[in-house]
Design a protein. Structure first.
Lengths: 183, 183
DNA sequence: TTTCAAAGTAACACAAGTGTTACTTTGGAC
DNA sequence: GTCCAAAGTAACACTTGTGTTACTTTGAAA
């Protein structure tokens, strides 16, 4: 009953993601997005009132997917298995942290994103508490700092192009046992 | 022989810093800067051709100061003392990392900033090598990853407002020995 | 084949940032 | 007091992004 669309929601979101990551919140424009989709700028206004609405929608979509994955942590028994799962998940979704930060820049939506962020941290409290109860995690470290520490580490820039597998295994080692030797 | 200036270079740099950190590279404008200095926009063009030149100048100035401090690491004997010095320095200059990232966004100046960045890392190679030779640092971890890991950790957002001293001591603990208990 | 609603476009008016120019203000040297 | 160079301003022309409107295109249902 209608004309065929020139771009799917998925293509729209992929282009949005690429532009957000390369240009940041302030540098992202509908003109750039329209060009990258080979579509007129006006067409985008058929779907979103403005860039803030699009960005908010997109990042929420991305975070929903992420949270869904995250909740699979409960399929694993014991702290160590859950930690491995969490670390692997983080490395395969390493852009999410950047996107959340961008989301927090959207005027009038900071609260929404802060809420989601704290919700995510609250959801992982059980995981941290489990680690502490099992005697695996250091009890004197604040829960949220442990979580922030884990999430932050995937964002380290790899300037010297260390191979991915070495990168991941080294980071896991440092997160768990630090940079110092034990002797 | 001339009229009195309405703002000093230091005031200019402080205002630039505040705006860069709050608005990012793309969001930083001469209009904002002029307003925050209570001066007309045109006046700024007396000193800098455009925002890129100002930002580059400012961040280089900031990094020069930082490198100067950093070189005091050689005043300390032994790896452990140097590590403590480095960690304390990082926490007191925690914004530098963000500013360097912003600098890397300046069109046509990415190379300059990458150079400075790698220079800084090269300067710290001695420190890392010393740690490895003394058997204090894990030898199998890539040098630049260790450095990136240390620098990145000061940028963790403190959403739950953990007191500064607990924040710093916890991070030092995690960087050195990880999040897991030893037993 | 006609119809019509969704998809898309082109163009307008507006706002904000940029860089420049011609101008005024200031204050020490003379 | 006069001069003049540095400091600062106001305004112009230009560019880019925004949101809207009137328009055309498309394709399946009737």
């Amino acid at each position: 009953m209608a004309r065929e669309r020139k771009f799917s929601t998925d293509e729209l979101f992929q282009a949005t993601k690429a532009l957000l990551l390369s240009h940041g919140y302030e540098g992202f424009t509908f003109s750039l997005l329209a060009d990258s989709l080979n579509v007129s700028r006006g067409a985008l206004y058929k779907y979103y009132e403005n860039k803030d609405e699009l960005i908010t929608n997109y990042i929420f979509y991305e975070m929903d997917q992420y949270l869904l994955k995250l909740k699979q942590i409960n399929l694993y028994q014991g702290f160590e298995a859950q930690l491995q799962f969490l670390l692997d998940l983080m490395f395969s979704y390493s852009n999410i942290q950047k996107l959340i930060k961008i989301g927090q820049q959207v005027p009038g939506h900071q609260d929404k994103f802060k809420t989601i962020h704290t919700d995510m941290y609250r959801f992982l409290q059980d995981f941290v508490e489990l680690g502490k109860k099992e005697g695996k995690l250091k009890c004197h470290l604040p829960n949220n700092l442990i979580l922030g520490y884990i999430f932050q580490s995937v964002a380290i820039p790899n300037h010297s192009e260390i191979p991915y597998s070495l990168w991941v295994s080294s980071l896991k080692e440092m997160i768990c046992h630090g940079i110092l030797s034990n002797n």
